[in-house]
Design a protein around this ligand. Structure first.
Ligand code: DMJ
Length: 643
């Protein structure tokens, strides 16, 4: 009996076994039962052998599934040019030679794996000989290396851009000795605030001047980001406090780190940190401030990842997760927050050549332009998921204020090229004048708050900035109403001065009413505090620049004296809880904006106008001066008015 030859490596199938009559014709008659049995045994042994060979021989398809880069070694190839034939992926011609090569390669690989194993074992043994401390130190060194590498990458110099014309960075020293003396007093107050923060709160966000320790609020998250240092830098520079400025710069260079697991307010970080760093960069030319500003801006960008592109109020600097304030109407974002990014973001795009920042704020603008506005007014709340307004409340004070300010300043900052922003400002101001601005019985002009179709006759301290805004926007106003807006600015300044003058401490309350016989006076106990806010002094300064009416310097000096008398303590400056009380209690917080804004505006009020002239500089809402960008020749992609 012959059995068909097996070609185990060929993979050929065995011919089918025919156990019927045609398979063994000569034996048909003579086959007995025992012979049949032996034959069956032989056949079954043969089948078992075939199955064994089939299952235990190497399977090339398995090798193919793991891509170890070894395909060239383990998968047989057919070089058809040399007459080889591919039969089911196995070689017939030249097979022996390749099998040999194949075995050699396998051996080489096995040796390599063995050697690697031994090496790893040796290294592990060596490690185990070291003490725990040594191992930890090694890990730390490795970590530090990685951090250093990342830092190097982060602090790569940014592409050079032509610096805008920086005019008016000078001492602004007034000739009049009386004015000089007043200005020196304000400088001394700045030094008192800074030195105490330096001593007791260094690196913390703010200072508790009575407890003499650091202070922070949730707007800065839970980390120590030195908010006072960053916010105060440009004031120190302008006042010529150069040693203090250098101390601040050194701290920022070495310690200001934004890779922290901390949830911060996008708005506050933008106006205080990015604004502060950019202003410090433009004034001093020190590259570190620009680099830090850009790093920080990168950390804020994830806040814009919402269904509409309207940013969240808060973002975690590490994870990039954003959310809104729990108290805001229907999960809304706040107009004054997402509407107060434009100036800083345009500068960031200008300095980096990266349009991402510019595109983010222009997207917000475009979205707002498309929306219906009840009575032409912008409500304070906008839902970033649905793109719909929340409650129909409108305010030129808290929640709304700096949105209007930034429309005007976007136009000014673009060298008056951004006419779209100017139009939005003009439209908004017209609606505000129509619906929110009234005269009290006693003849005081005030700006109320619009709540669901009803005017609340109450004005906030924050709203007092609007006097300065109206004056700043007078030039270039629609229908040439410059005189009207300058007058409106003067009336608001007067009303706000009255709110100071009608208190015991000569400091303004947080909010004041014009209702039921009350004029410019706080009624509720929780609106009687003064927390070192700048808005009234800010308006005095703008009014001074545009009119040179000496009453603004006089009012500014009254406020300076009141602050020095009632808010100064040996550990710095504190807010007071009741401006109508002759024995006020302190809130024990030295706000960073006291150094950034209040003292800066006071100092400028008693300086010459050629220090930071308003034709060349635009102050952000935290009083950080940014230069006008003559963008006529610069392309910031996206807005045709800039091209
Ligand atoms: C500052 O942080 C800014 O002026 C902001 O726009 C609102 N108010 C505070 C100070 O009062």
């Amino acid at each position: 009996m012959t059995t068909p030859a097996l070609l185990p490596l060929s993979g050929r199938r065995l011919p089918p076994l025919n156990l019927g009559a045609s398979a063994f014709p000569h034996h048909r008659a003579t086959l007995r039962l025992s012979e049949k049995f032996i034959l069956l045994l032989i056949l079954s042994a043969f089948i078992t052998l075939c199955f064994g060979a089939f299952f235990f021989l190497p399977d090339s398809s398995k090798h193919k599934r793991f891509d170890l880069g070894l395909e060239d070694v383990l998968i047989p190839h057919v070089d058809t040019s040399k007459g080889g034939k591919n039969l089911g992926g196995f070689l017939i011609h030249g097979q022996e030679h390749d099998e040999h090569r194949h075995r050699e390669e396998e051996e080489r690989l096995r040796n390599k794996i063995r050697a690697d194993h031994e090496k790893a074992l040796e290294e592990a043994k060596e490690k185990l000989k070291k003490s725990r401390d040594e191992i930890q130190a090694e890990i730390q060194t490795e970590k530090n290396k990685v951090v250093q590498e990342l830092k190097k990458k982060d602090s790569k110099p940014l592409p050079p851009v032509p610096l805008p014309n920086l005019i008016g960075i000078n001492s602004g020293e007034p000739a009049d000795p009386d004015i000089r003396e007043k200005r020196n007093k304000i400088k001394e107050m700045m030094k008192h605030a800074w030195d105490n923060y330096r001593q007791y709160g260094w690196g913390h966000n703010e200072l508790k001047p009575i407890a003499r320790k650091g202070h922070s609020t949730n707007i800065f998250g839970n980390s120590q980001m030195g908010a006072t240092i960053v916010d105060a830098l440009d004031t120190l520079y302008i006042m010529g406090l150069h040693d203090e400025f250098r101390e601040g710069q050194e701290w920022i260079d070495k310690n200001l780190d934004f890779s922290v697991n901390s949830e911060v307010s996008v708005f506050e970080v933008n106006i205080r940190f990015i604004g502060g760093l950019l202003a410090a960069y433009y004034l001093s030319g020190q590259e570190v401030f620009k680099i830090k500003a850009v790093q920080l801006a990168g950390k804020l960008l994830p806040a814009f990842n919402t269904p509409t592109g309207i940013p969240w109020a808060m973002v975690n600097l590490k994870s990039g997760v954003g959310r809104n304030w729990g108290w805001a109407s229907a999960g809304s974002s706040i107009l004054a927050e997402f509407g107060t990014l434009h100036m800083e973001f345009v500068h960031l795009s200008y300095l980096t050549g990266d349009p991402v920042y510019y595109n983010k704020v222009m997207h917000i603008r475009k979205l707002l332009q498309k929306m219906d506005r009840p009575n032409g007014l912008y409500p304070n709340y906008l839902n970033p998921r649905t793109g719909r307004w929340g409650q129909h409340h409108t305010s030129v004070g808290g929640l709304g204020d700096s949105f209007y300010e930034y429309l005007l300043k976007a136009w000014l900052m673009s060298d008056k090229m951004d006419t779209e922003a100017r139009k939005m400002y003009d439209d908004a101001i017209e609606a505000i004048e129509k619906h929110l601005i009234r005269k009290s019985n006693g003849g005081l002009t005030f700006i109320g708050e619009w709540k669901n179709g009803h005017l609340e006759r109450k004005m906030g301290h924050l709203t007092c900035f609007a006097g300065g805004m109206f004056a700043l926007g007078a030039d270039g106003s629609r229908d040439d109403k410059a005189g009207h807006y300058l007058q409106l600015g003067a009336e608001i300044a007067h009303t706000c001065h009255e709110s100071y003058d009608r208190t015991t401490l000569k400091l303004g309350p947080e909010a004041f009413k014009f209702d039921g016989g009350v004029e410019a006076v706080a009624v509720r106990q929780n609106e009687k505090y003064y927390i070192l806010r700048p808005e009234v002094i800010e308006t005095y300064w703008y009014m001074w620049r545009f009119t040179h009416d000496p009453k603004y310097r006089q009012w500014g000096w009254e406020a300076t004296q009141a602050i020095d008398k009632y808010c100064r303590v040996s550990g710095g400056f504190s807010g007071v809880k009741d401006v109508y009380s002759s024995s006020p209690t302190y809130d024990d917080v030295q706000q960073s904006f006291f150094l950034a804004e209040t003292l800066k505006y006071l100092y400028l009020l008693f300086s010459n106008d050629d220090l930071l002239p308003l034709d060349n500089w635009v102050f952000n809402t935290e009083a950080h001066p940014l230069p006008v960008l003559h963008l006529a020749n610069t392309t910031l992609s996206g807005n045709p008015t800039y091209q």
